[in-house]
Design a protein around this ligand. Structure first.
Ligand code: KIV
Length: 283
């Protein structure tokens, strides 16, 4: 256990030294060199500072903020203004990683001009480095327009939570031949258009690997197996804060729900018993 920890720490400091700042170009280089890409979500300054300091390659200011920060059932309600607020807080916390921000539902689907306006607002008002949007062929013109303005774009295929009411469930996507073929064509199209990376969410591992092998840009998976170029998780899930959410793909690195509950209970007990504050904890 101890040796494992030391080994991992060493490995991380090597990765940290290699790239002083992560850019979209560094991610493509990592794929070419066979180095896996690490990505986590963050939505605020303090968490962004910790995760950036740990050496993460990419922070995604995901519209999952709608779920884990605001308590909505889906990602649909979060607004562009709210995403900009989260993204600007994250940007103030980082020194090294690349920051990608989700375009929220309703800010890019209606027409390419609106999509570009939304992407520009994110870049200008938050200071983030790139944007992500969900979908393939259907939003091709919007992606082109954003890329033409010089804004780096990350694609997102497979389970696209903004379309949850079309899918009906959060189960694995592209299990059938026809949907798998469409996904492959969409991924190739995103690369041709000039996207710098793609997220593949909840698709069979074999298909995800096939897509990753067919592309030169990185494919970052969530519930897409180990054959892709990187992995992303929602921070609150991997820290064990959302203990009621238990998908098969999730690895929890802490049980913060329990740890935090214990800490809060202890604080309450200390206040009630007048143990806190003691003589050293006052002026
Ligand atoms: O919003 C988000 O957190 C995401 C990840 C699940 C990839 O899009």
């Amino acid at each position: 256990m101890c040796i494992f920890t030391i080994y991992k720490t060493k490995e991380m400091s090597v990765a940290k030294k290699q790239y002083k700042r992560i850019t979209t170009k560094s991610l493509v280089e990592m794929k070419a060199n066979g180095e896996k890409i690490s990505m986590l979500t963050a939505y605020d300054y303090t968490m962004a500072k910790i995760v950036d300091g740990a050496g993460i390659d990419v922070i995604l200011v995901g519209d999952s903020a709608s779920n884990v920060m605001a308590g909505h059932e889906t990602t649909l309600p979060i607004t562009l203004d709210q995403m900009i607020y989260h993204a600007s807080s994250v940007v103030r916390g980082i020194d090294r990683c690349l920051v990608v921000v989700d375009l929220p539902f309703g800010s890019y689907q209606s027409d390419p001009k609106e999509a570009l306006r939304s992407a520009i607002r994110i870049m200008k008002e938050s200071g983030a480095h790139s944007i992500k949007l969900e979908g393939g062929k259907e939003i091709k013109d919007s992606i082109k327009r954003i890329l033409n303005a010089g804004i780096p774009v990350m694609g997102h295929l497979g389970l696209t939570p903004q379309s949850i009411y079309k899918f009906g469930t959060y189960t694995v996507r592209a299990k059938e031949e026809e949907e798998a073929e469409k996904l492959m064509q969409d991924a190739l199209m995103l690369e041709r258009l000039g996207c710098f990376a793609i997220v593949l969410e909840k698709v069979p591992a074999k298909l995800a690997q096939k897509v990753a092998e067919a592309l030169t840009i990185p494919v970052i998976g969530i519930g897409a197996g180990g054959g892709v170029d990187g992995q992303v998780l929602v921070m609150h899930d991997m820290l064990g804060m959302t203990h009621e959410f238990n998908p098969r793909f999730l690895r929890r690195y802490l049980d913060l729900h329990t740890e935090m509950t214990n800490a809060f209970e202890q604080f309450i007990a200390d206040v009630k018993s007048k143990d806190f504050p003691n003589e050293n904890e006052q002026y």
